[in-house]
Write a new protein. Structure first.
Length: 121
């Protein structure tokens, strides 16, 4: 399973695909709603919107209306980059290990940081 540098709740920007002027999503920013590490994909708010035609259905509780629904589809994680909170530009993600002392024990903690500015994420 590939390593995921993006987590749920991160602000990301689409870095590949069709330009926005041509109806694509490149350059759009959105919040990560869900991460699928098995498929190496992420679900981003407002990006890769697809149209689903839903048939009216009859359930035990009552009828549900059909129609056309538009919602987001997962996008490959390599097509998005994390947005640096300091300057709102895409950045690579780095990891560093720091030793934290708690209750007389030292524990190693991995911290994500922006490779662009060096700030913690």
């Amino acid at each position: 399973m590939p390593k995921m540098y993006i987590k749920k709740g991160d602000l990301v920007q689409v870095i590949s695909g069709a330009r926005q002027s041509r109806g694509g999503d490149r350059g759009k920013q959105g919040k990560v709603l869900k991460v699928f590490p098995e498929q190496n994909r992420v679900l981003v708010e407002g990006v890769n919107r697809v149209t689903k035609h839903k048939k009216p259905a009859q359930t035990a509780t009552g009828a549900t209306a059909g129609g056309i629904e538009i919602h987001e589809a997962p996008i490959h994680a390599s097509n998005v980059m994390l947005v640096d909170p300091k300057d709102n530009k895409p950045t690579r993600v780095g990891f560093r290990e720091e030793k934290v002392e708690r209750d007389g024990r030292t524990k190693t903690v991995r911290i994500r940081y922006s490779r662009r500015t060096g700030e913690d994420i």
